[in-house]
Design a protein around this ligand. Sequence first.
Ligand code: UT7
Length: 342
Amino acid sequence: MKAPQTIGEDMSYNSKIKGTGIYLPERIMTNFDLEKMVDTNDEWIYERTGIKARRICNPDGGEYPTDMAEKATWQALRTAGMEPNDIDMIIFASVTPDYKLPNSASVLQQKLGITNKCTAFDIATACSGFVYGVNMADSFIKTGMAKNVLVVGSEMLSREVNWKDRSICILFGDGCGVAILGQAEEGEKSTIHSTHLGTDGSGAEFFDQPIGGAVTPIEEHHLKEESHYMRMKGGEMFKVATRTLANNAKVCLDKAGMTLNDVDWIVPHQANIRIIETTAKLLKAPMEKMIVNIEHYGNTSAATVPIAFHEAIEDGRIKRGDTVLFDAFGAGLTFGATLLTY
Ligand code: UT7
């Protein structure tokens, strides 16, 4: 069952992705809907970002981040052939958790009916959140500290964008993607080859939301000024993003002793189609290798990579045995990549 791989004197395990799932809110908001809300138009949005529509959670409930995660996890459990109590760790990546306390992973544990008191914690590394979670899950499995780790990227960004600010509201959407990682059998092709994580805090001001934390709790004047929403320096983020994504890929490939020729698919963070195209150019990778779905969902932060990955599995592009590179960056500025064979 367990596949101990002997490395010197130590016992170690390989991990692999056993199942995936997604949930997308029912409500679709198109660029034409946005035209009625702010001074923008479909042509500008599509040309500059590649986005046509995004999903928006029901603000009255049923589609909050842990609701979406619960629905996506049932799907992943079915694919993995597992029961909820087979999960012994939950890593919930989100910058839009249901509550400040308790953490979303704990709420999700209860919604799934998990009674084994498994480890459950949140991480807030913005758009890199899912990749951070996958890489952490891999480490926990490798050391034998966990057997089956549920990694969630679930966001309700519609709560945090200023719907009157055209520079930001056109970009984001809501959604959730999850993956269950578990131990790989000895000699199995499906495995995680290498991981890479990092942060450059010097770029923190490019994308932030300073009001509403311990330093500056939200007061009435913030609501009036509308200064409590997310703020972004789009141009700065764009420049950093392309450099970072290209570098992530190179570092991860080098660590594994592989080249882009060994990679069948790249699943990049979906922030802007032009960022994805520029990254492909920097890497000299054909766009056919890039999994892109930004047109339908916009930027769902920690959820973009798992949603795109799952959709490409479902439509038959990504098959078992294919080698895939996850590649992400986000506010912080955080970044990370995972090189795996599915
Ligand atoms: O998840 C990670 C975080 N996000 C990102 O990485 C986003 C990275 N940045 C971007 O994707 C792009 O910088 C944006 C899509 C945000 C902006 O695109 P841009 O090509 O950099 O446009 P810009 O901000 O330079 O604006 C160009 C023009 C401006 O007008 P003027 O000054 O040239 O007259 C803007 O006022 O477009 C105007 N503009 C708009 N027009 C119509 C800005 N937003 C809009 C809009 N609709 N929504």
